[in-house]
Design a protein around this ligand. Structure first.
Ligand code: AMP
Length: 367
């Protein structure tokens, strides 16, 4: 054991020395016990040393701009593994050509500070694993042969999961799940984690990842963490920083609409119309209220979809089969702030950026 520990320690020194100069910001690192990797070979070597020491790895893939939703997945991973790897990579191939790739929030120092404080609390939690690696790869490391291509059909090596990846979010964002499945395939094969952790918040993504793991025999266990919410019900999201006060107040419309539909299911309703009408009515009413207000006060939004779908295929259902349950989900687009007022908090991007919000609720099978 002493030798193994020694090996691990020397590996840490080696990696740290080699990688400090290429970390996104020299000054920040998650914690003294967390190594930051920007490229694949040393991460692989480190991963192999963990395997030979009978340690287990839980991987939490993220795009950074960390919030409590991400941290809850890290905590869960630390409960179930000796070592947690977090990847931080804003993957270009899952953003369409006219989407918000360039403006996606990047908060490296704050992310490292949050991980350092979480790792310190894990250090004093009996039996918990530690955050041992942050993988923040360069795009050249992730896409070694061709530059990433976000167009359809796209040049490069891609993983597509159909038809589930073409529905709902995939219908609105045609390259999205191709990008997600492709980057996750890369991350899983680089990190070879025992377990991977994803949030319920992106429910269709969890379905796509389960299918990816199953169909390609990836030999990792997919674990799903509950959606973390603000006190008023808004699902936490890295994109919420764009909202600003005016749009933030109206953004709860989605979670509230879904709750109304959930209540119908709880009352015993099973048909699509019976379950979804109060959700549609709520969204329509809030939209009409906003429309009535002066442009300098209102926050307009468009409903992309409100869906009642099968939990495995994400195909729309007319009637919920109680033995299977269903997934209620929705997406709205908060439009740019009109006529910003003097001194108004319009959020990151000064209210100019449209913000797409998604949310969902699982309707559980009835015993
Ligand atoms: P992202 O950085 O947005 O790609 O998210 C990384 C992971 O965190 C994904 O598995 C998300 O589903 C998960 N996640 C994002 N927001 C939340 C949330 N509010 N609650 C739980 N998990 C979340």
């Amino acid at each position: 054991m002493a030798t193994k520990l020694h090996t691990l320690r020397s590996l840490r020194v080696l990696s740290t020395r080699r990688y400090l100069s290429t970390t996104p910001n020299r000054a920040s690192s998650a914690s003294p016990t967390t190594q930051i990797f920007r490229d694949v070979p040393l991460l692989r070597q480190y991963r192999r040393s963990l395997l030979l020491s009978n340690r287990t790895v839980g991987l939490v893939p993220t795009m950074g701009a960390l919030h409590e939703g991400h941290l809850s997945l890290v905590r869960q991973a630390a409960q179930e593994n000796s070592d947690v790897f977090i990847s931080i990579y804003v993957n270009p191939t899952q953003f369409g050509l006219n989407e918000d790739l360039d403006s996606y929030p990047k908060t490296w120092d704050a992310d490292m500070a949050q991980l350092a404080s979480l790792d310190a609390s894990l250090a004093s939690t009996p039996g918990a694993g530690r955050i041992s690696a942050v993988f923040a790869p360069t795009t050249k490391a992730m896409y070694p042969t061709l530059p990433p291509d976000s167009s359809l059909p796209g040049r490069g090596s891609f993983v597509t999961i159909t038809p589930v990846g073409s529905l709902l979010e995939g219908a609105s964002r045609p390259v999205f799940f191709r990008g997600v499945a492709t980057v996750c395939m890369k991350l899983f094969s680089i990190c070879t984690p025992e377990r991977v952790y994803f949030g319920q918040k992106d429910v269709q993504q969890t379905v796509v990842i389960r299918r990816l793991v199953r169909d390609f025999h990836l030999g990792t266990e997919v674990r799903i963490g509950a959606t973390r919410r603000e006190a008023d019900g808004l699902a936490m999201s890295s994109r919420n920083v764009y909202l600003g006060a005016r749009r933030r107040a109206v953004a709860t419309v989605l979670s509230h609409a879904l709750r109304r539909a959930e209540e119908q299911y709880a009352k015993g309703k099973r048909s699509r119309g019976d379950i979804l009408w109060p959700a549609n009515e709520h969204a329509d009413r809030v939209a009409a209220e906003q429309e009535e207000l002066a442009p300098g006060r209102r926050a307009r939004f468009e409903v992309d979809y409100l869906s009642l779908a099968d939990p495995d295929t994400m195909e729309e259902v007319e009637e919920v089969d109680e033995k299977r349950g269903a997934i209620l989900s929705g997406a709205i687009k908060m439009m740019p702030v009109e006529e910003p007022q003097q001194g108004e908090d319009c959020g990151v991007g000064d209210g100019m950026i449209a913000v797409r919000l998604i949310d969902n609720i699982i309707l559980k099978p009835v015993e």
